[in-house]
Ligand binder design. Structure first.
Ligand SMILES: Cc1cc2nc3c(=O)[nH]c(=O)nc-3n(C[C@H](O)[C@H](O)[C@H](O)COP(=O)(O)OP(=O)(O)OC[C@H]3O[C@@H](n4cnc5c(N)ncnc54)[C@H](O)[C@@H]3O)c2cc1C
Length: 342
């Protein structure tokens, strides 16, 4: 363990962590970002070639810096923007290193233990000391499961990356949100014989504030259905997945077996709040799932010196993940200056 004590340890190099690192550098804080995957790991895991919902001004790290070819950037354009932002500003980020434990308190300082994994697969642990910690860990840790027989078969995936291996295969997508709808559309357009299993309330939901499918996803999806390439089944439950079929119960209670080569279960994901809870951070029910409790102005939790920002808080989009650290890191810097003077 080095003797240095960082002003701010940031966990996660998604948009929130990158924005926090940039703000910390501007404030002259000693900081380090620890990222278990790669820079902007969540965006790297989007489907290949995916066009973002958001416009450049909601995604970019500096005004006018993100210049997509079309109106909205693709996954690749956004990823490249974030990576070059890190390189150009020489932000302090360790990748392939996971924070596995955090202990301590504001008065004595916090200690973060990490596990580093090299590309050669050797592992070693490190320890860092920090006055404050910002959790920017996102909400992708645990993809939700159906918990049914057959869900662990190799043909079942809880993330969708690309349609190309499934041309002329029988594909089933389970889920009612934008990710599921986009995957079904992408598969169908690229020649997979696609079925989308969706709950009636999701299919009939037209309210964007209640998480309805974006209209620019729904319209082409409905075109695929009208042209007979995509089938929608309103279902009550998926009962079992076997090597060559899926058994489900329809919305009207009938059992149905459909031939199947690949299943995508895209029903959301949850954050891993275990490190926060171990530190004593309280949680509360959020719009979709459990979220940490924090001060609306400072994003400090009930544990002094522990802050939160990004997708696992009440703010679900990239714009807030970037804006919030810009607001709170100067507050963290000011609090540290006051504490040091005492
Ligand atoms: C398919 C898809 C499409 C989306 N499209 C849009 C869109 O068009 N517009 C929009 O605004 N939002 C979109 N979102 C949501 C967007 O991805 C999130 O709002 C955004 O990634 C939040 O940024 P973040 O920094 O809070 O979290 P993340 O980007 O998830 O970053 C968190 C990081 O923390 C790391 N991490 C977690 N735990 C640890 C640990 N213990 N140690 C070290 N590192 C850790 C993770 O590896 C990850 O890289 C989409 C999401 C998905 C899944």
């Amino acid at each position: 363990m080095s003797n240095e004590i960082l002003d701010l340890l940031i966990i996660g190099a998604g948009p929130a962590g990158l924005s926090a690192a940039d703000a910390a550098a501007r404030e002259g804080l000693s900081y380090l970002v620890i990222e278990k995957g790669t820079i902007a790991n969540t965006i790297r895991q989007y489907p290949v070639g995916r066009t973002m919902f958001s416009t450049p001004n909601e995604l970019e790290m500096r005004d006018g810096a993100l210049k997509p070819i079309r109106e909205k950037p693709t996954r690749e354009e956004l990823l490249s923007h974030y990576i070059h932002f890190v390189l150009d500003h020489d932000l302090h980020i360790n990748t392939s290193e996971e924070v596995i434990d955090v202990q301590g308190n504001f008065e004595d300082g916090f200690t973060g233990r990490t596990r580093c994994r090299s590309l050669h697969r050797d592992e070693h642990d490190r320890t860092y000391r920090a006055r404050t910690i910002l959790f920017a860990i996102g909400a992708m840790e645990f993809p939700r499961r159906l918990n049914i027989p057959g869900e662990d078969l190799p043909k079942v995936h809880h993330r969708f990356v690309e349609p190309y291996p499934y041309v002329r295969r029988e594909a089933l997508v389970v889920g009612g949100g934008n990710s599921a709808a986009e995957a079904a559309l992408f598969l169908s357009e690229e020649g997979a014989r696609t079925t989308m299993a969706i709950w009636r309330e999701d299919w009939e939901n037209r309210d964007p504030k209640a998480g309805a499918m974006k209209h620019w996803v729904r319209s082409p999806l409905e075109r695929e259905i009208a042209e007979g390439r995509l089938r929608v089944i309103l279902f009550k439950q998926i009962d079992e997945i076997t090597d060559d079929s899926v058994k489900l119960t329809t919305d009207t209670g009938e059992p149905k077996t459909i031939p199947n080569d690949v299943v995508f279960v895209l029903v959301g994901s949850d954050a891993d709040l275990s490190l926060l809870k171990k530190l004593g951070v309280q949680t509360e029910p959020g719009k979709l799932t459990e979220v940490p409790k924090y001060d609306a102005e400072t994003c400090e939790t009930n544990v002094r010196g522990i802050y939160v920002a990004g997708h696992f808080t009440h703010s679900l989009h990239i714009k807030a993940a970037i804006d919030v650290p810009r607001k709170i890191v100067p507050i963290i810097a000011q609090n540290l200056r006051v504490a040091i003077r005492r």
